[in-house]
Design a protein around this ligand. Structure first.
Ligand code: AR6
Length: 176
């Protein structure tokens, strides 16, 4: 109870476009090439400008479940943490561990850069087909676990593009 009362004020849920958020770092749900795509990846590259792609070309891709960092360029955010969520097959092919790893790796990179505020989209729940409620449970549990053991980042935003997703996150957080 004590731990939850300390942690929950550090978490918020917003509905909207992650490229507009004035946080220190936003997370991109990318693919292993890190060379752009559709969904939130496309939106982030459009908003950041071509310098983002130029830096991504120097990174040599990213494995599923891992993360790499770039600057934010024309975004309000100073950093973009590019992570690659799992493509959902049947839920028994390592997807939950890989998705949990995306959240942890981003939080670790953020902490190493003393990032105070970070925002996550709903990784893997678009093109990659991860069931939304199951992905939400993994995301919330991974973030709360990290916050319980670490002072940085100070705040975590779950940025949901769709209102149904925001509802799922609010419900999950109200249950912890
Ligand atoms: N702000 C916040 N969330 C967004 C935005 C936005 N501007 N646009 C979409 N979403 P997806 P994935 C949400 O498909 O499933 C790309 O082509 C969307 O509603 O972007 O991890 C990459 O290059 C959904 O909840 O990412 C990869 O090839 C969430 O972002 C592939 O898609 C994730 O949907 C990655 O697939």
């Amino acid at each position: 109870m004590f731990i939850q009362s300390q942690i929950l004020p550090r978490v918020r849920v917003v509905q909207g476009d992650i490229t507009k958020l004035a946080v220190d770092a936003i997370v991109n749900a990318a693919n292993e090439s890190l060379l752009g795509g559709g969904g939130v990846d496309g939106a982030i590259h459009r908003a950041a400008g071509p310098e983002l792609l130029a830096e991504c070309r120097t990174l040599d891709g990213c494995r599923t479940g891992r993360a790499k960092v770039t600057k934010g360029y024309r975004l309000p955010a100073k950093f973009v943490l590019h992570t690659v969520g799992p493509v959902y097959a049947d839920g028994r092919s390592g997807e939950p561990d890989l998705l949990r790893s995306c959240y942890r790796e981003c939080l670790k990179l953020a902490a190493e850069r003393s990032v105070e505020s970070i925002a996550f989209p709903c990784i893997s729940t678009g093109v990659y087909g991860y069931p939304k409620a199951a992905a939400c449970a993994v995301a919330v549990d991974a973030v709360l676990e990290w916050l319980a053991g670490n002072d940085s980042p100070k705040t975590v935003t779950f940025c949901c593009f769709e209102s149904g997703d925001a509802q799922l996150y609010r419900e999950r957080l109200s249950q912890v």
